[in-house]
Write a protein that binds this ligand. Structure first.
Ligand code: CP
Ligand code: NVA
Length: 305
């Protein structure tokens, strides 16, 4: 399988291809029609086995703006919910549509779709990764600090989850530093952490204030991700103190920005005064989902099929 025909993980794309996507995202932000209608006559199937606001709406609107149409397919309604293998779904959808975006639990399911289908597959979040989110986050950081992020530092506070893993992949590709503060037992994926540590400077702390020291981007996410609802009480105990408050932000660079993929829980992983305060760029970050995903759609599905 040629992984560059898909967007399964940031780790699959070269730094040049990631920068090409981010540059196109910037052009699309300045002019929504900058790419023309490369998806004219084409259809994106969007499979969701988890909830979504931003991913669903931004992909649907983005596909429309590029001249195509998007189909929302809830796993509650299509046959994968009744056990039809993903490999068969991939083969069938490949006869009807021109690309698939999927949000689900197992990364292996996303890989199976790509393996057995003949059309591009985009990872709209798994338990392991959230690459589309990080493209929007990178666009937001570049909006603030310019296109070269290599001299910058990102601080991740909290769960070593899918979003943290994709930040690690991005740091490895683009060469910025990553400082993480995770409670013991909630570190990022060890393989992704080790690979990023070989490519760039990655430091793992236990105290949020230490990780935030000198950072240009301070970011966090919920304590319990989708699918972890039953662990919520146990996680609330483990993550006590893993909170981005004014004290944590004060340790960051003077021009630091705060990012959060959303949805957020004010008073848990982030203080209202931070997410609603002057350093917060979370609404720009959410908007950038649209521009950065349009770039990915145009690059993967825009070429003649
Ligand atoms: N950040 C993000 O992916 O949001 P949704 O879960 O609303 O899609
Ligand atoms: N880590 C969160 C991100 C939601 C966009 C989750 O997986 O639920």
């Amino acid at each position: 399988m040629d992984r560059t025909r898909h967007f399964l993980s940031i780790a699959d794309w070269s730094p040049e291809r990631l920068r090409e996507a981010l540059d196109l995202a910037d052009r699309l932000k300045a002019d929504p029609d900058a790419a023309g209608r490369p998806l004219a006559g084409k259809t994106l199937a969007m499979i969701f086995t988890k909830s979504s606001t931003r991913t669903r709406v931004s992909f649907q609107v983005g596909t429309h703006q590029l001249g195509g149409q998007a189909l929302f397919l809830s796993s509650r309604d299509i046959q994968i919910g009744r056990g039809e293998p993903l490999s068969d779904t991939a083969r069938v959808l490949s006869r009807f549509v021109h690309g698939i975006m999927i949000r689900t639990f197992a990364q292996s399911d996303v890989e199976a779709l790509a393996e057995h289908g003949s059309i591009p597959v985009i990872n709209g979040l798994t338990d392991l990764l959230h690459p589309c989110q990080i493209m929007a986050d990178l666009q937001t950081a570049r909006d603030e600090f310019g296109p070269d992020l290599s001299g910058r530092t990102v601080a991740w506070i909290g769960d070593g989850n899918n979003v943290a893993n994709s930040w690690l992949n991005a740091a490895a590709k683009l060469g910025f530093r990553l400082r993480l503060a995770c409670p013991e037992g909630y570190d990022p994926d060890p393989v992704i952490l080790a690979a990023a540590g070989r490519a760039t400077q990655v430091d793992l702390f236990r105290a949020p204030v230490e990780a935030a020291e000198g950072a240009h981007v301070v970011t966090t996410d919920v304590w319990a991700s989708m699918g972890q609802e039953e662990e919520a009480a146990e996680r609330a105990r483990a993550f006590e103190g893993y909170h981005v408050g004014a004290d944590v932000l004060a340790r960051a660079a003077d021009d630091a920005i705060f990012l959060h993929c959303l949805p957020a829980h004010r008073g848990e992983e982030v203080a209202a005064e931070v997410i609603d305060g002057p350093a917060s760029r979370v609404w720009d970050e959410a908007e950038n989902r649209l521009h950065s995903q349009k770039a990915i759609l145009a690059m993967l599905m825009g070429a003649p099929s």
